[in-house]
Design a protein around this ligand. Structure first.
Ligand SMILES: NC(=O)c1ccc[n+]([C@@H]2O[C@H](COP(=O)([O-])OP(=O)(O)OC[C@H]3O[C@@H](n4cnc5c(N)ncnc54)[C@H](O)[C@@H]3O)[C@@H](O)[C@H]2O)c1
Length: 260
């Protein structure tokens, strides 16, 4: 992971940020970034071993706290229990980051029922469960930031019908949460990453990966810190008038072809 060159602020002091899928990749990069800006963290992941390792890498500042919970975002009672525990022990959730996601790529004929359900459940149903759990507290306090993970794929991508459906669903969910939260100081936005160097990207086959990198106008993959930068902005107080947007963080790949 690249070390960050941007001067780090203290804009998250007194704020609690809950992140799903926080044990590695983008979730871990965002956790480190929010912590560096003073946030208390509530980290959740289905993988307890990786999550404990991640906890050792994160340093919170001042009076900030950090908690780790094994949470499967596809299980609503576990999600509800996690959020209510965080609210009781660490205070209201100011920022929710719906980051957990998985891929099970294949052509439509080869996608099993389980491959469909698992992918849609983690990205989309998980984002719904977590957002529903934090909404009452955010509405009561008239403050909240919800950041959900879509993907550059949400517009359509060969061999990813399950993932695309989930990530397009995240866009629809985000836009609707934005409407429902707008009068109560709650914003909801999505980040659509391009190709970012994480274990998920490493799990793609080399041929597909190399082909995709050639299509990026900037001609290289992104770093998790590029995503953390966007999340730290969208989750901040300063982003108060931005809601319902899908922020592409992708080196330009969503614009179109850059073949000269
Ligand atoms: N890396 C990329 O290039 C890229 C591109 C576009 C979108 N995204 C999206 O960004 C998000 C993060 O991706 P990443 O590359 O860091 O992935 P990753 O595979 O590196 O990490 C995902 C994390 O989510 C956790 N997770 C999986 N299922 C879960 C569940 N049911 N409950 C809780 N946690 C669960 C995993 O244990 C893992 O720690 C995902 O939503 C992904 O779809 C990533």
């Amino acid at each position: 992971m690249k070390t960050h060159k941007t001067p780090v602020t203290d804009r998250y002091i007194g704020r609690t940020v809950a992140i799903t899928g926080a044990a590695q990749g983008l979730g871990l990069a965002m956790a480190s970034r929010f912590a560096a800006e003073g946030a208390s963290l509530a980290l959740a992941d289905v993988n307890d071993v990786l999550l404990s390792e991640a906890m050792n890498q994160i340093q919170v500042h001042g009076d900030a706290t950090v908690s780790q919970n094994v949470v499967d975002v596809t299980d609503s009672s576990t999600v509800n229990g996690w959020i209510s525990e965080v609210e009781q022990t660490q205070g209201a959730v100011d920022v929710l980051v719906n980051n957990a996601g998985i891929i099970r790529d294949n052509r439509i004929e080869k996608i099993s029922d389980a491959d469909w359900d698992d992918v849609v459940d983690v990205s989309l149903k998980g984002a719904f469960y977590c957002s529903r759990a934090v909404f009452p507290g955010m509405r009561k306090r008239r403050y909240g930031r919800i950041i959900s993970f879509s993907s550059m794929s949400w517009r359509g991508n060969f061999g990813q019908s399950n993932y695309v459906a989930a990530k397009a669903g995240v866009v629809g969910l985000t836009r609707t949460l934005a409407l429902e939260g707008a009068r109560d100081g709650i914003t909801a936005n999505a980040i659509a990453p391009g190709l970012i160097e994480t274990p998920m990207l490493a799990s793609m086959n080399d041929a597909a990966r190399n082909l995709l990198i050639k299509k990026v106008p900037m001609m290289h993959t992104g770093d998790p810190s590029d995503i953390a930068e966007a999340a730290a902005f969208l989750g901040s107080e300063g982003a108060a008038f931005i809601t319902g947007v899908v922020l592409d963080v992708d080196g330009g790949i969503s614009i179109g072809s850059s073949i000269r």
